[in-house]
Design a protein around this ligand. Structure first.
Ligand SMILES: Cc1cc2nc3c(=O)[nH]c(=O)nc-3n(C[C@H](O)[C@H](O)[C@H](O)COP(=O)(O)OP(=O)(O)OC[C@H]3O[C@@H](n4cnc5c(N)ncnc54)[C@H](O)[C@@H]3O)c2cc1C
Length: 504
């Protein structure tokens, strides 16, 4: 059987590409190793609780957000309920407790009141990040590559030209003296990266600008609703999705991608089958395409040279929680609360505290009971504690050590949460820990990352746009390609990839 497009993986990048291409009349085959669609954007049931794997909140949905047009086109907004979260985040550290609204006017007001001496810098901060967000989307996607080399380009994107090699850490140091203010603004850095001094200002600005511009949202019923809906578009348009099968090879003939070899995922590897397609889209991690899926040595070398040796982003540890009683009944008033240890006094310490022992590590608590989330029955509720984490701390552990470390992480983080929301520990009916190893198992992403390649200045913005497949008929749509990770990054990558295929 031959298809117009074969997609490897049903993460949001693969699903969005598949949905758009199916609606454009392309015959799509999608092959997914897991039993459900979504990759990081999934939910699973435990006892009474629908556990959300990877959505704390999705940004934007205002007119400055290119995702809005995509959602409208694909009917996402007519079929799913997006609930606006009550605030961007609450930041807590001994001596500082401040809630940052998810609109820039309100955020400016709150920050100016709390840090009056830094008024000028606060205004400049928002001016720059919002300008960068605007500039990045000012140039239509299909024109980026063409315009990059033209003399006119710098005039279209002046802020981007000046600041594309700047890190958030450097930027904040030029604006502010008050370290607490820098920490407040960097509270949710973990959404993107671990170290302010290597995090590109560009990506930070686009993502933060989107939260401040349009707000943060949760999808009622969880992210699986979005993944399932996108998958249904593919199937409703005569496309086919094969679950529980792994793509083992991208077939190359005369330098052109012509198909995939795949087999049933089981203890004893199933018989290998081949499907042929005019285009192959990899939602699978780029390093895996280079390292495993391309067996043709010429194609492998070509892609490896084009991509280069890039740094991979960090991973995430999640302690999923089911509560007998909603935390809001215990007095919690925030959807996202980010806790910094008292020893963390400057932005120079942030990276260290993303790597620290769990008794000191930076963590976020997401309380879905602040919304009508659809994740738990009446009177009960779901929450999650998340922290940045690293596969290297887990993958050399034996089975027992692994279990012990998970339990230690859960008990330490729950204990810290209980100090901040007294009594919450006693209301836990279910908990389970997802580690970088878990993310790797369900997505096959190297290092168990959910971030793709790290968003550092040398691999972001214009430099990332240049990562284009040098192999004819092979395309990429995922957190690993442009513009980067997150629900928004993966969705945009899928849509842009579909547009490129349609244009070709
Ligand atoms: C705990 C957690 C919390 C997060 N919170 C947020 C948040 O609040 N907001 C936000 O915007 N983002 C969040 N993210 C990040 C976001 O979910 C991801 O960046 C994004 O969903 C990645 O999408 P992707 O298209 O790159 O695919 P992935 O989700 O990485 O999925 C890839 C898919 O491809 C499949 N696959 C890979 N290789 C093969 C193969 N060879 N054969 C068959 N199938 C294959 C995998 O099984 C998987 O289904 C979070 C992520 C995690 C893990």
């Amino acid at each position: 059987m031959s298809y117009d497009v074969i997609i490897i993986g049903s993460g949001l990048g693969g699903l969005t590409a598949g949905a758009k291409l199916s609606r454009e009349g392309k015959k799509v085959l999608l092959i997914e190793q897991h039993s459900i669609p979504g990759g990081c954007a999934t939910t699973f049931m435990r006892k009474d609780f629908k556990v959300e794997v990877g959505l704390h909140m999705i940004d934007g949905l205002d007119n400055g957000d290119p995702k809005l047009k995509i959602f409208k086109e694909l009917g996402v907004l007519d079929n799913l309920e997006f609930q606006r979260v009550p605030e961007f985040y609450r930041f807590v550290k001994p001596g500082v407790d401040i809630t940052i609204p998810d609109s820039y006017e309100q955020a400016i007001k709150v920050l100016k009141e709390r840090f009056p001496a830094e008024k000028k810098g606060i205004l400049k901060f928002f001016k720059v990040i919002l300008a960068l967000r605007k500039e990045v989307f000012r140039v239509p996607r299909q024109k980026w590559r063409m315009l990059l080399s033209m003399p006119l380009f710098p005039f279209l994107v002046p802020n981007l030209m000046i600041r594309e090699n700047t890190t958030v850490g450097q930027f904040l140091d030029t604006l502010f003296d008050d370290e607490d203010l820098k920490l407040v603004l960097l509270a949710n850095l973990g959404y993107y990266h671990d170290d302010p001094y290597t995090m590109t200002l560009l990506y930070y600005s686009v993502a933060q600008g989107s939260f401040f511009g349009g707000g943060g949202y949760f999808i009622k019923g969880g992210s699986q609703m979005l993944s399932g809906y996108l998958a249904s578009i593919i199937e409703d348009h005569d496309g086919k999705i094969i679950y529980n099968h792994t793509v083992d090879e991208i077939v190359i003939e005369n330098g052109v991608a012509i198909g995939v070899k795949y087999s049933k995922k089981s203890a004893t590897k199933g018989e290998q089958q081949t499907a042929y397609g005019k285009c192959i889209v990899s939602n699978a991690a780029l390093p895996n395409v280079i390292g495993e899926l391309l067996k043709d040595t010429h194609a492998k070398t070509k892609l490896s040279n084009a991509v280069g040796d890039l740094e991979i982003g960090p991973s995430i540890l999640s302690v999923y929680l089911g509560f007998k009683k909603p935390p809001k009944d215990l007095g919690n008033r925030s959807y996202s609360t980010i806790f910094f240890d008292g020893g963390l006094s400057s932005q120079r310490d942030i990276n260290e505290y993303h790597h620290a022992d769990f008794s000191k590590r930076i963590f976020i608590f997401v309380d879905y009971s602040q919304l009508d989330s659809g994740l738990a029955p009446e009177g009960k509720s779901v929450g999650v504690i998340s922290a940045m984490d690293y596969l290297s701390d887990w993958d050399s552990l034996g089975k027992e050590e692994y279990k012990e470390r998970k339990e230690l992480a859960a008990q330490t983080l729950i204990g810290r949460l209980d100090k901040l929301i007294p009594g919450i520990k006693d209301e836990i009916e279910y908990y389970e820990v997802g580690t970088p190893t878990t993310i790797r198992r369900y997505t096959l992403n190297p290092n168990g990352t959910a971030y793709g390649y790290a968003q550092i200045p040398s691999q972001a913005g214009r430099k990332r746009v240049k990562i284009k497949s040098p192999i004819r008929n092979l395309f990429f749509a995922s957190a690993w390609s442009e513009p980067g990770h997150g629900f928004t990054g993966a969705i945009l990558s899928g849509y842009w990839c579909a547009e490129e295929i349609i244009r070709n």
